[in-house]
Design a protein around this ligand. Structure first.
Ligand SMILES: Nc1ncnc2c1ncn2[C@@H]1O[C@H](COP(=O)(O)OP(=O)(O)OP(=O)(O)O)[C@@H](O)[C@H]1O
Length: 518
């Protein structure tokens, strides 16, 4: 038996450099990671993606020893065949013994030190060891001299790779942002990692800097023997350089596969509906949005994602994970807006019921926001525009677009193809409907559609009023001119759509499926 519980005996080269098994991380009642399993293959770039708060950084923190997971196992299989259980390894030993290095979301360089010094500090452990942890180093002890020369060589090597060698003697703080990001990676590489964990390395980079980053990461993958685990929001980086993508939502894995398979996975598209349209539509544009929208209507795959999700699109509000003690904990952050609406509706119904002396309503699962059944029900239950019957409904919903022709809502900045469909599914087809929204309607729309403050922030109501009056906005002009890359193809005919021809998205799939007149 192996005496060291954190290091298993060499058992031959494992294909996976990192194996995460049934990882859970709970903060009080919040499940940041729930029963997550995935593997990162040796020599590959594995990307961990997901909307904000999905738990990506928490996974990194568990891998790199910043957090000790509540449950699960994280196995690191080194290139020499030795194996470490990271959840049991003291954190300071994770870089040194397991050879895992990381960078952080926010840059953590020593800005007053030169680039070279930053890279030498990263090799501090090696130099200390060579000095025998004494002052011998200062007196030119040969072992130390050799180690010191090697450290400088290694630093130069990575400065060259990061295209920064010309600035080796400049303070790190003087570098442009993109160069600082590359310096951080170079510094991590100076520790000789076998697994390099990068937390949003492309955040804030311009396209040129992103391209330089991609080049550096591909170079690391091809020449250094290190494998890369990457958290990234920038899809152009993820799709271009990753070999394998793991997608998280609410701490659960919802997709896992090649970039191609993941980007066409409706679960992934759905997960991203809560974030910026631009990100969703970048994917939709590439895969052919109609197909994906069609798939979104089919609802969740029970084999993936949160098992108890009450709403496929909006996610679970009380998604629970079994705990060894039988405790049930709740996924709270950013969780289901639909569930919140349901809770409010239920409270209102119960209040009404108690006043009318009838039995209180029972909780029922939240409707699937875009499922055919749900949309049909929504349409029928709101057969005409009338005040909200219960708390949490948009007051001026319609069963179908007037005259069978919806406005092209993507002319409103902030509404893309996907959000337009969601609005249509909730009975909103026209600019004047949005223009007439009051605070409660905005809240209801945000709650149903997981728009999180965007409606007010992006001034949808104001834009809609102008457009409803037949006026243009700066954005709608760009849409009409076909200059908005992420807009629906029909946007080019937006003008015509409002007067003559209905937009493709609004008129064809949405109105046709809703059953509100067709
Ligand atoms: N130390 C902590 N204490 C309490 N909650 C935490 C802690 N760290 C993370 N969380 C919570 O865990 C959840 C996942 O957070 P995490 O930072 O891992 O998400 P993420 O996917 O990295 O998000 P982002 O893309 O915004 O960085 C969030 O709800 C977050 O608030």
């Amino acid at each position: 038996m192996n005496a060291n519980p954190v290091q298993k005996a060499a058992s031959g080269m494992n294909d996976a450099i990192l194996q995460v098994d049934h990882l859970s991380m709970k903060f009080g009642g919040l499940v940041a990671i729930g029963d997550l399993s995935f593997a990162a293959k040796r020599g590959e770039i594995t990307a961990l993606i997901g909307p904000n708060g999905a738990g990506k950084t928490t996974v990194f923190n568990c891998i790199t020893g910043f957090y000790k997971p509540s449950e699960g196992m994280i196995t690191l299989n080194r290139n020499d065949g030795s194996t470490f259980l990271l959840e049991r390894l003291p954190n300071h030993e994770i870089p040194a013994r397991a050879k895992v290095a990381r960078t952080f979301q926010n840059i953590r360089l020593f800005s007053g030190m030169t680039l070279l010094e930053n890279l030498l500090v990263a090799q501090h452990n090696k130099l200390m060891k060579a000095s025998g942890y004494t002052v011998l180093g200062l007196f030119g002890f040969s072992g130390y001299r050799k180690a010191s020369a090697e450290s400088v060589e290694l630093a130069k090597h990575w400065l060259e790779k990061a295209d920064l060698v010309d600035r080796a003697d400049d303070p790190a703080g003087d570098l442009p942002y993109g160069a600082q990001r590359r310096l951080e990676i170079a510094r991590a590489m100076c520790t000789g990692p076998e697994l390099l964990c990068l937390d949003e390395p492309a955040a804030g980079l311009n396209p040129k800097e992103s391209a330089a980053l991609n080049e550096l990461l591909i170079d690391i993958k091809n020449t250094s023997g290190a494998s890369i685990l990457l958290i990234e929001h920038d899809m152009s980086v993820v799709m271009q350089i990753s070999d394998h993508v793991v997608v998280l939502e609410y701490g659960r894995k919802i997709s896992d596969g090649s970039p191609q398979s993941v980007r066409t996975d409706p679960r992934v598209i759905a997960a991203y509906l809560g974030v910026d349209d631009e990100e969703v539509e970048a994917v939709l544009t590439e895969v052919g949005d109609e197909d994906v929208i069609e798939q979104l209507d089919t609802g969740p795959d029970a084999a993936h994602g949160p098992g108890t999700s009450s709403s496929y699109l909006a996610g679970p509000v009380t998604d629970t994970v079994g705990h060894s003690s039988g405790e049930r904990v709740t996924v709270a952050k950013g969780a289901s807006k639909a569930g919140q609406v349901d809770a409010r509706s239920l409270a209102a119904a119960n209040k009404a019921a108690s006043q009318a002396a009838v039995p209180p309503a029972k909780a029922k699962p939240a409707p699937k926001a875009t499922s055919k059944a749900a949309t049909g029900t929504a349409a029928k239950s709101t057969a005409s525009a009338k005040p909200a019957a219960k708390t949490g409904e948009i007051s001026n919903r319609l069963a179908a677009p007037r005259g069978g022709k919806a406005d092209n809502l993507t002319r409103i900045k902030g509404i893309g193809t996907v959000n337009e469909k969601k609005l249509n599914d909730h009975g909103i087809f026209h600019f004047d409907q949005i223009g007439a929204w009051k605070k409660a309607d905005v809240e209801a729309a945000e709650a149903y559609l997981a728009f999180d403050g965007r409606i007010a922030r992006e001034e949808w109501v104001k834009q809609a009023r102008l457009l409803g009056q037949g006026r243009d906005t700066e954005f709608s002009r760009r849409v009409d001119a076909g200059k908005v890359a992420t807009s629906h193809a029909s946007a080019k005919t937006a003008k015509a759509a409002s007067g003559k021809t209905a937009s493709k998205t609004a008129a064809k799939p949405v109105a046709g499926k809703r059953g509100g007149g067709k």
